[in-house]
Design a protein around this ligand. Structure first.
Ligand code: CIR
Length: 267
């Protein structure tokens, strides 16, 4: 018999790569107006995030801080790691381009033959939303049309379908996944502004109200959903739909335009 609130785990992650924030974290890129991050809190929140991934059953590869790249704790932007293949990206911000070479050795340990995005293409991993066997590719001020074209071809070679969503006109988000998340079980969490998009037909939608839109960047990790702390309505709805939210304080990463998904590569 079917239990109404038992969720099927559609993809079990077993590992994640994270990078410790550097002491110059506050020199990274940001458009947010929440003030400067407090470094002790940055480290504390990052440690709690790593502990949460371990609680969810993941084995972590933890990379040392890399002071050459103040944004390099946001490892998600450097690669797309999927069950059938990996792609190294070419981040759209010049100051972040070298992050891919820096993380490549760690990725090669798990994905020996990754494909890559070549110039003039650019892709930030934060624009790529895996939803089962389909990938949504955000066109943003970081991911350009050529990058999206290359990535779609790479994904097709792995057996995945993809489609693009243009978020360039939206000033409130940096990346596609700043506004949407796929949390398994055919369910998308979607910020209000994007809730009516045709592309999400066929998915169960959990809408996120404008005042909680930061929380749309949540992450399903095995049987939990990581959500930013301080957004009680989304956590409540997730719970009511049978998900198991785990709230994490993200205040210091938000100050640098970062969210939960950016802080790890999960596979
Ligand atoms: C940046 O602007 O590139 C960083 N300060 C934040 C990157 C956040 N990454 C993500 O959402 N995947």
């Amino acid at each position: 018999m079917c239990e109404p609130f038992s969720l099927r785990i559609i993809r079990l992650f077993s590992r994640a790569i994270v990078r410790i924030p550097g002491s110059n974290f506050d020199a990274g890129l940001t458009s947010a107006e929440f003030g400067a991050p407090v470094f002790d809190l940055v480290l504390e929140q990052h440690q709690r995030y790593c502990d949460a991934l371990v609680e969810c059953g993941l084995e972590l590869t933890t990379l040392e801080a890399d002071l050459r790249f103040p944004d390099s704790t946001f490892v998600e932007d450097t690669a797309i790691l999927a069950a059938h293949g990996a792609v190294l990206t070419r981040p759209g911000a010049a100051s972040r381009e070298g992050e891919v070479d820096a993380i490549r050795p760690a990725i090669l340990g798990f994905f020996p033959n990754p494909l890559r995005i070549e110039a003039p293409g650019t892709v930030d991993g934060g624009d790529i939303c895996e939803a089962g066997d389909h990938f949504f590719i955000g066109l943003s001020h970081r991911t350009n049309e050529e990058g999206a074209r290359q990535l779609a071809a790479h994904l097709a070679s792995f057996g995945y379908t993809s489609s693009t969503i243009d978020v360039r006109p939206m000033t409130s988000i940096l990346h596609l996944k700043s506004g949407i998340a796929y949390i398994g079980d055919k369910t998308m969490v979607v910020m209000e502004e994007m809730a009516g998009y045709d592309q999400f037909q066929g998915f169960e939608l959990i809408g996120v109200s404008a005042d909680e839109s930061y929380a749309a960047n949540c992450v399903r990790v095995n049987d939990r959903v990581l959500v930013a702390a301080g957004f009680p309505r989304l956590a409540e709805v997730l719970g009511a739909r049978g998900f198991d939210p785990l709230a994490l304080d993200m205040s210091e990463f938000r100050k640098m335009d970062g969210g939960l998904s950016c802080l790890s590569l999960r596979f």
